[in-house]
Design a protein around this ligand. Sequence first.
Ligand code: SME
Length: 164
Amino acid sequence: MAEDLTIIQGSKEEVYQSLIPQINALTEGEPDLIANLANICGALKEQFGWLWVGFYLVKPVPASSDTELVLGPFQGPVACTRIKKGRGVCGAAWQKAETLIVDDVEKFPGHIACSSLSKSEIVVPVIRNNEVLGVLDVDSELLSQFDDTDKKYLEQIVGEINFG
Ligand code: SME
């Protein structure tokens, strides 16, 4: 497909329903995971204008048998590179293997402030065969920007990614 995104105005439902087929068209037939994650970040950032959209991927800790989240494709300000299991919102979503919505990051114990501009956040784990392979992290400059509609559609987007 043409690498153009149609941006629409509308309710969150309408916006996701317009965006998801476009994301599928961008990624289908492309086997490269990093390319697909990069385009998903670009599409979400362009449509919603959020502060930060990106993936962290579960990878080995160098010279160790342990794993941690390592920064992957993203759009937005530079971010922390590595996050341990259970640390911050991303590490907590990994540990719990469930989506976390944080209305006010300052009230989340252990929140990792990559940007002082971030006020609210949603983290959606990528789960395959009961194993968390990474997380999608989205940050907003505004409080309480994420709700069950974001959870539903971001989980759908993450669920459709071909992790190989
Ligand atoms: N705030 C996240 C860290 C990642 S940055 O927001 C990009 C957290 O608490 O896990």
